[in-house]
Structure formats: structure tokens, C-alpha cells
Design a binder for this molecule. Sequence first.
Ligand code: RFL
Ligand code: PHB
Length: 396
Amino acid sequence: MSIPSRTQVAIIGAGPSGLLLGQLLHRAGIDTVILEQRTPDYVLGRIRAGIIEQVTVDLLVEAGVSERMFKEGLPHDGFELCFSGQRHRVDMHALTGGRRVMVYGQTEITRDLMDARQASGAPIVYEATEVALHDFGSSQPSVSYTHQGERHTLQCDFIAGCDGFHGVSRASVPASAIQNFERVYPFGWLGVLSDTPPVAHELIYSNHERGFALCSMRSNTRSRYYVQCSLQDQVSDWSDQRFWNELRSRLDPDTAEQLVTGPSIEKSIAPLRSFVAEPMRFGRLFLAGDAAHIVPPTGAKGLNLAASDIAYLSRGLIEHYQEHSSAGIDAYSERALARIWKAERFSWWMTTLLHRFPEKDAFDHRIQRADLDYLVGSQAALTSLAENYVGLPMAA
Ligand code: RFL
Ligand code: PHB
């Protein structure tokens, strides 16, 4: 594939944000080049999100990449909260007037988007290293990068920084132009993927004195489980046997008995963090997805927020090119941040409610238990939980 030296929108990063933006713009006749520092296999090997909101499902339909999701994805009407040895079902469907979420892994969404990109013939450069952003404060921005030992420059109208939390885009903004808000949690999640049937049909979020645990899935034959772990832990500290024993100890007796164990096919530790950068636009550079914000995974919001950023941004850019109006791109940062902060709040709250914090005392534990007792006994509180979990509406 020959890579042009000029495009309309240069997209940095081929995670879900970058690929989805590329696909939506391609369908609107807007040229993009995607620059990704890793290989396709590396990108697909990162096991991350599992739960997608209706808003994200709708966007994947709009992008023309929903066929396999509807065939293989598992719609979920509820999930369970487990504490004090008992499970309590949250009937999302009934509490939200018929809304639900979909279990369909980020790996699959990424694969579908990669296939669509390839079918469209639109350019994507994997293993693009030393990516640098230039002149995004002017009307003639550009991006330079190294590919197969050669340095290239890509002229563009706009740059979309979709390169995740550790990417180069946010780091290219002068410190005086950006404000960061951050909370780092004193624990991580150890995740295991295994080809074993999920322990239950729905997800189970468990609060236990030994720490949080989550039972999730990717299909009827593939499970995804997590346990809260110490930030000092290494993956090598956790044999499969130790993981299964720890998970079992954090579940109610019935679930613990049902758990089918097997060899792990992926095992990784992720730190937990809340982070927001404001604003999300700097002249002709836009940040989207994890490049601009991080949520702890407890609320299952990260990928969904990336999708809503891309919905706002793609609409703004399409308006710019088709209607010569800058209203959408001018409103992008404010619109996106309004939804982001609500998801930040929800993810922080779910994390606080369900984890063991090392510095907390007996009083805090009683308050946490009271919070959980109140939640499962109150229709009002459950409704609030359910409406956040299925995803808050996007601005028109
Ligand atoms: P990504 O996926 O990090 O992709 C960024 C891409 O940019 C590339 N890159 C660069 N390319 C060129 N030059 C550079 N200098 C570059 N630097 C980086 C990277 O290689 C990469 O390919 O960000 P994106 O696209 O914004 O997508 C965000 C999501 O990946 C993330 O929010 C979710 O995975 C979060 N998340 C969840 N979200 C949900 O909505 N539902 C869930 O159930 C859920 N579960 C999770 C999660 C994240 C987790 N971890 C490990 C953090 C569970 C976990 C455990
Ligand atoms: C997952 O299946 O990976 C998953 C599900 C729900 C969460 C976080 C991760 O809240």
C-alpha cells in the first residue's frame, strides 16, 4: 500500500477509537491515514473491555461493522452484586424501561474494524514509530513518523490523537494549555481468560473482605475473571491454582461450587486509575478515548466513552467537510467532557463501593456495607445504578 503524504484527518493510534473514527469518516467520504506504533497482532492480543452499551452498539451499526456482533454477542438484561455471602440481581432491563448491554469483547470489535479498514482500502501504517505532531496550533498541521527505517511527513487538516493513555498526542500539548485531574487507586486487577464455561449467565461483581472479584465472560465457552490484587504483585506470583482459589474464596458458596476452572490463556495485571485531561481540543488537534481520559474498569465504561467521543468528533468533522460549519468541532470538547465526567463519577463510585481499600478502617467497612444494603433494598438506588450501567444518553 502506498501511503499518501497528505490526508484530511491524520489519526494516531489503531485501537478502537482510531479505527472507529477512520471507519465513520471513510463512510462519509473523508480521507484518513491511521498511524499505529504496534503490529496488528499486538493490538489484538490486548485483552480489555467486554461490555458495550447500546450507544456503542448503535455506533457500530452506523459504522457498518455490526454483523458479527449481532451473531456472536450476548445481550445481557441484568447483572449480580455479591456481598456478605449473598447474590442480588440488578434487573437492568426492568429498571431502565427495556435497555440492556452487550457482551462482545474489545478484541472482536477491533478485529471487525481492522477487517473493515482493510476492505475499504484506506491507508493504515502499522509499526509507525517516533510519531511526532507539528503545528497543530496553525492551519497546516502535520505528523512525522518513521516506517521501515525511513522518516515520513504527513500533511493534514486535522490530527486525531487516539493513541491511548501513554500516547504521544496528549504529551505534545504544552503543559500550560492542559489541566489534568487524576486519582490513582491503591490496588490493581489481575485478569484471567480461560476456555471454561462462565460460572453464571450474567456478570457477578463481588465485594469481599479479601478484596473485589468479577466474573465475566466473552462467550458461552470462554470466561473472563478478575480479582483485586496488590500493586506490588507480579503476574508470576499468581499460578493458575492460586488465582482460582482466590477467586473461589471471594464468591458466595453456591457460585464457588459452580466454578469450572481450567488453564489460563491470558493473565495480566492492570492498575486502576481515574484521569481526565481538559480540554480535548487544541487548535487542530483533538484527543479522544484513553488519550484524554481513563476510568477504573469497575463500571465497564472505558471503551464506551471512547465510542461516544468518536461519535461527537466524527459528526463534528463530517459537518465541517460537508456543511462547512465548525459548530460540531467547536462543541466537541465540552460535549464529550459532560458525558465523560458522569462516567468518571459512576466508575469511581462503583470502585469505591466494591473494593477493599487498604487504608480504610472498621467504620469505613460498615459504611460500605450499609451502602450495599441500601442499594439492593432501594428501587430508587437500583434505578440509578442501572441507568448508569446501561449508559447515559448522548447529547443530540
Ligand atoms: P487504546 O485501546 O489504548 O489504543 C491506543 C492505540 O494507540 C497506539 N499508540 C500509538 N500509536 C502511534 N504512536 C504512538 N506514540 C502511540 N502510542 C500509543 C497503541 O498501540 C494503541 O493501539 O485506546 P482507545 O482506542 O482510546 O480505546 C480505549 C479502550 O481500549 C479502553 O478504554 C477500554 O479497554 C477500557 N476497558 C473497558 N471499557 C469498557 O467500555 N467496558 C469494559 O468492560 C472494559 N473493561 C477495560 C476493561 C480496560 C482494562 N484494562 C486492561 C485497562 C477491562 C480492563 C482490564
Ligand atoms: C470484562 O469482561 O473484561 C469486564 C466486564 C465488566 C467490567 C470490566 C471488565 O466492569
